[in-house]
Design a binder for this molecule. Structure first.
Ligand code: ATP
Length: 413
């Protein structure tokens, strides 16, 4: 326990109306005989002087009843009856309210079974000491820090530490979470936790593909995912996604180049870079192992198509129509990744395609072609593509020239 009070930090780092909202929420809980706490990442970030992000609240009472009492109107709250949790959307904030609970793990990899419990128990089920702190929002001790596991000293020493030796056995996704926090915050995983982490690597086999994919998605949303890739590579974690993945200097450079080229790159662009150098069969294994979503899988597969296209795109004088044929239909995130992965020459063509050539179209429409006498069916599609290519490459520049081309084509049949 600690006597530190964070009321001032709450006031300084949260907008005034958010702090008021939290006080109001605690009063509503108190009226029902319950106590309410800010928990998890928001407390960690408050102590680090960072603001922003979602707010997680724990109530020693019914989370759904409290959320519904707080919601300005019913559509602003989503409830989850099985876990007694609720999500409120309030003034740009996502506020998650959960019933304070204790957990037991029936077997490694399984989701925990839970029952209501006091805040101290709720903190004891968390992943790392720096995430296992709460701030009381209650009228009698608003702002009091509750830190039963030594999170604050670990924050000061910049250490990631599990709460107990079975932590990774209970939930192996924490291996990924640990590396993510370490790299995001510039901390170090402390020696005993590091030892448990390395011994826990085989436990990742117990995690379902969907949970593994969720961890991947969290990594891809980090400000610099390549730092997590590199550390995961060093520690042997990366190979649990696929043994052929490499987190070398090429990947570090490509990811940071991506950020210099695109503001806030989309997660799938980082994913495409991660998978850039896998061969076709490894690519499919990677997609299957993590059960990637359709869109993620397309980004990974299109990365492969781009790798194959690079040689053609590097050749001097490649025609825009050929570039169009090579790149049309590829997902934008993979094209964006190519800007960072390709040589300058090839990246030039991708940029022209994204900015200009992708939208090229003839002036004539299918209806125009029919009026000129082209019969329905595949001829129309083929002619429209032909006209687009001629537009792109230059020989045709006007509607009149397009019509002349079509008439010649009809005459030559
Ligand atoms: P951020 O959102 O900034 O990555 P966060 O700490 O808010 O960080 P969440 O994933 O939103 O992360 O989780 C909220 C809190 O729930 C964590 O701070 C931690 O206390 C707890 N938690 C989340 N996942 C786990 C887990 N796998 N095992 C134990 N506790 C967890």
């Amino acid at each position: 326990m600690t006597d530190l009070n964070l009321a001032r930090e709450l006031k300084a780092l949260l907008p005034a109306d958010a702090a008021e909202f939290l006080r109001g929420a605690a009063a509503a809980a108190a009226a029902r005989g319950w106590r309410l706490y800010l928990v998890g990442g928001a407390v960690r970030d408050l102590l680090l002087g960072r603001s922003g992000g979602d707010l997680d609240l724990s109530v020693e009472g019914d989370a759904i009843e409290l959320a519904e009492a707080l919601a300005a109107s019913p559509p602003d709250v989503n409830v989850h009856h099985r876990f007694n949790t609720a999500r409120l959307f309030w003034d740009g904030y996502v506020i998650d309210i959960a019933r304070s609970r204790q957990e037991t793990y029936p077997r490694p990899g399984a989701l925990p079974s839970t029952r209501p419990g006091p805040i101290i128990q709720d903190l004891a089920r968390r992943d790392f000491t720096i995430n296992a702190m709460a701030v009381s929002l209650n009228p009698d001790d608003f702002g009091r820090l509750i830190d039963p596991c030594g999170g604050r000293p670990d924050l000061e020493s910049k250490l990631i530490r599990v709460l107990h030796v079975r932590s990774f056995i209970d939930d192996a996704t924490r291996l990924w979470r640990g590396v993510r926090y370490e790299q995001r915050l510039g901390f170090k995983i402390e020696p005993m936790t590091l030892d448990l982490l390395q011994r826990g690597l085989p436990l990742l086999e117990t995690i379902t593909a969907d949970r593994l994919r969720y961890e991947l998605e969290c990594v891809l949303k980090e400000p610099a995912p390549e730092k997590v890739f590199r550390r995961a590579g060093e520690l042997g974690l990366l190979r649990t996604w696929h043994p052929a993945l490499r987190s070398d200097q090429w990947l570090m450079d490509a990811c940071s180049r991506l950020r210099s080229l695109v503001e806030q790159p989309p997660p799938e662009a980082y994913l495409a870079l991660l998978a850039w150098r896998l061969d076709a069969s490894h690519r499919e294994e990677f997609i299957g192992r993590l059960r990637l979503t359709k869109h993620q899988a397309r980004a990974v597969r299109d990365a492969g198509k781009l790798v194959q296209a690079e040689a053609t795109l590097t050749a001097v004088g490649t025609k825009p129509s050929l570039v169009h044929h090579l790149l049309d239909g590829l997902v934008d995130e993979a094209l964006t990744a190519a800007l960072a992965a390709f040589s300058r020459g090839a990246a030039y063509y991708v940029e022209r395609f994204q900015g200009e050539w992708r939208c090229a179209a003839p002036e004539l429409t299918g209806e125009d072609l029919k009026r000129l006498g082209v019969s329905r069916g595949p001829d129309i599609k083929r002619l429209l593509e032909d006209l687009r290519d001629r537009r792109l490459d230059g020989p045709i520049g006007t509607r009149g020239a397009e019509e002349a081309f079509v008439r010649d084509w009809l005459a030559g049949r």
